[in-house]
Design a protein around this ligand. Sequence first.
Ligand code: ME8
Length: 666
Amino acid sequence: MKDTFYITTPIYYPSGNWHIGTCYTTVICDAISRFYRMSGKDVFFLTGTDEHGQKIELKAKDAGVTPKEYVDKIVADLKDIWGLLDISYDRFIRTTDDDHQKTVQRIFKKLYENGDIYKSEYSGWYCTPCESFFTETQLVDGKCPDCGKPVTKQKEESYFFRLSKYADRILELYEQNPEFLQPKSRMNEMINNFIKPGLQDLCVSRTSIKWGVPVDFDPNHTVYVWIDALSNYISALGYLNDNKGDLFEKFWPADLHMTGKEIIRFHAIIWPAILMALDLPLPKKIYGHGWLLIGGDKLSKSKQDKINTELTDPKEIVARYGSDALRYFLLREIPFGSDGAYSNESLLTRINTDLVNDLGNLVSRTSAMINQSFGGVLPAPDKKEEIDNELIALAEGLHQALVTDIEQLNVPKALQDIFKLIGRANKYIDETTPWVLAKNPDLKPRLATVLYNLAECIRVSAVALLPFIPKSANVILGYFGVDASKASLDSIDKFGQLTPGTVIAKVSPIFPRIDVKKELVAIDEMMIKRHKEKQKNTEKSADKPVNDNKKPQGLVDHPEEITIDEFFKTELRVAKVIACEKVEKSDKLLKIKLSLGYEERQVVSGIAQYYTPEEMVGKKVVLVANLKPARLRGVDSQGMILCAEDGNKVSIIEPDNSLTEGSRIR
Ligand code: ME8
């Protein structure tokens, strides 16, 4: 029987637009799954969505649809994204799936019958309009954090899970299995911040939330979030299910639960305690990875609306650069276990440097030379030289290096190791100078050896790349006559597997080169335009005039009328430019430092084509001082400078120079 490997992602909340942070965990799990499948293991890769709870209930209400209708749409979108990114999951579980809900009810009942769940009272701050409980720390100025209305102290009958009972066993688990929770630092965090201060029993049902799995023996109660969500890892395998096959026996315990670091506590404390209470084996490893950051902040569903010129929509990135470019970036750029920064520039640079220059060039140069010198037919190698042995040794050692990297879950290191071979092969071209060999017919046997070795390096690298960038690796192998669907990792243990005589077509560029400077400008313009349109639309829908046909008519497109109070919402102030420079790699943007007298501000303005930094310094300008902060090309902007636009001319509005900095303009 094959070795098995069971790997899971968190199940995601379908509560907003998907972004590349969500893709990060799933792409890593996909690469690991593919790697182990290619190593001959029987892999089960689970991902899915966590669809219950109050947040979804409220969002659906706002959208005027049922919770199920609301999540169906967002879940379908996530499945589309997984399709685009070639995610090879074995099951996509939804907590609204019937079999999952049945299992959750049975788990709840079993825990109740065992005495691990008991009925008591939950006490907290209740907001009547939102029908929600909040803890003391969740309140904002003592009021509801959602609607800002007053809250009252209330009690609700609830079921509780005896988490406190399991504290010692969890500590024992950590001691006996130092590999259980990784990276290692996370274990100390769990012990010192949560277990040592004392675990509290956990509230696991609510009567105030209806969108959830009903407790079947007490239907006033709904199973509350974490028992529902965490159970997906066993319900997906058919645990406590009438129609279960052999998946649970085959794959449980999980080999790896991969999660973001913010939900490690639930996976490393609550989940093991639930499993202990159910008398089930514990997962072998839990890994809490770091976050994808934009401008220092965690990329999240709720922050996506902030004005920003970074691309965060996976569909858009895939449409512009292809799925493998995004997969490669996520797998390679972010140091595993730590946080990593995302910017358009880092994405484009990574694509150009590694995929276009290193990999793309190696493949196109080699195929072009085989076409030029051997009519597109792979020649048989002749005698080996010392330099060949070094290259071959590196290629033959790659598989083992990757096994270690993936065992340690160090995916970026695995890619570094593959690109070490690709880099070495490119250097081998420079050292062996095949274009010189091609000029001398006596050196044809040597040329054949060099080109054969290069083709072999491409085969080895492309097979090794299949788990990470499956589409492109597949295409490259196709050019070299290898059937990727049958390629195993063992096939790269031995150099010299390509058959001489194989026809090798001239490769068209696998990854088109990107003009980074131009592309960054294009993205900035597109994103700024999009934000403006969005703003316009929200303004329009928020404040529809009662009598639309009273709008002034004429050649100029007049915006809607506003009241004086609305106008005064805009805080306009006189500001003095105290420093100014161009935003790096942008033709249009200036970074301007302003003094308001009482404070300094930094503003990014698209006026570089009309004013030089030198011209700007010393000018008095009108600043929109209460504009939401934005990030343009990775630079923070805290306001906007007023300009007049006249055809192609743009001119700054300059208040009288004698006006004091910070003066209010009305
Ligand atoms: O927490 N960088 O769902 P969720 C890296 N339903 N990873 C990120 C990320 C970022 N900026 N943003 C999100 C939940 N993620 C619960 C989980 S599991 C039983 C229940 C990834 O939609 C990361 O894996 O908030 C994180 O843990 C997960 O999305 C959180 O997704």
